[in-house]
Design a protein around this ligand. Structure first.
Ligand SMILES: Nc1ncnc2c1ncn2[C@@H]1O[C@H](COP(=O)(O)OP(=O)(O)OP(=O)(O)O)[C@@H](O)[C@H]1O
Ligand SMILES: [Mg+2]
Length: 213
């Protein structure tokens, strides 16, 4: 699988999802590579932190920029799964990865500023599908409020995505400090104590998006 995690909005949780999905796949005996296409290098920094921790398994990673289509074709011969952290804006890396990815995951917080980017994201997806009609594209709502009284916000965000023809996963992540605490230390939520709810969120997202591994 070539799994592209991308979008138009900074801070929506792309790096966090890419990293947690990488650990999930590795734990399911897949040979995984993280490709950091974000010039900010968030995922590269996370991998370095992780390398320094002898209690957790390393994850292979590489940085790439510009047109990464051929890089992906070459790497896909060596790894079972590649997860691309495409960074927070429209870029040549994002567009070229879309032409070859098998999966594309687009995180949105249930916030107006995130959802405003749907207009542009819809055009990007149309372009991707013109050259890569099999790409499996899903939105995921992230950093959702946990209060039951705020549940309507999550449903409204899902509806907004679907109004732009973007099928949205039923599973979402809630706003939990454990995500932040994990990624500051090169860890995933799977390696954190007292993180059952976050673990379950990532597992459910992975199963719904990627199917049973
Ligand atoms: N579900 C969540 N609950 C709480 N915090 C979260 C959640 N998901 C991500 N975060 C935190 O929010 C911040 C932004 O997340 P992340 O870096 O993954 O976003 P991004 O989309 O990759 O941002 P950028 O566009 O800058 O690359 C990080 O500190 C991350 O730990
Ligand atoms: Mg990021």
């Amino acid at each position: 699988m070539i799994i592209l995690v991308g979008g138009e909005k900074g801070g929506s949780g792309k790096s966090c999802l890419a990293q947690n999905l990488a650990v999930y796949l590795q734990a399911n005996h897949r040979d995984v590579l993280l490709l950091d296409a974000d010039p900010q290098g968030t995922t590269t920094d996370w991998v370095k932190e992780r390398d320094e921790n002898s209690n957790v398994k390393n994850i292979s990673s590489v940085q790439a920029a510009g047109n990464i289509r051929q890089v992906l074709i070459d790497l896909s011969k060596r790894y079972q799964d590649i997860i691309i952290d495409a960074g927070g804006q429209d870029s040549e890396a994002l567009r070229s990865a879309m032409t070859i990815a098998t999966h594309m995951l687009l995180p949105f917080r249930p916030k107006r500023r995130d959802l405003k980017t749907l207009v542009h994201v819809e055009k990007l997806i149309q372009l991707a599908k013109a050259v890569n009609p099999k790409i499996y594209t899903r939105a995921v709502i992230t950093q959702c409020p946990t209060l039951p009284s705020q549940a309507q916000r999550i449903l409204d965000a899902k509806e907004a995505c679907e109004s732009f023809d973007l099928v949205t996963l039923n599973n979402f992540t809630c706003n939990r400090n454990i995500y932040d605490d994990a990624d500051e230390n090169g860890l995933s939520v799977f390696e954190m104590p007292a993180s059952d709810k976050a673990k379950q969120e990532i597992e459910e997202i992975a199963k719904e998006f990627l199917g049973e591994i």
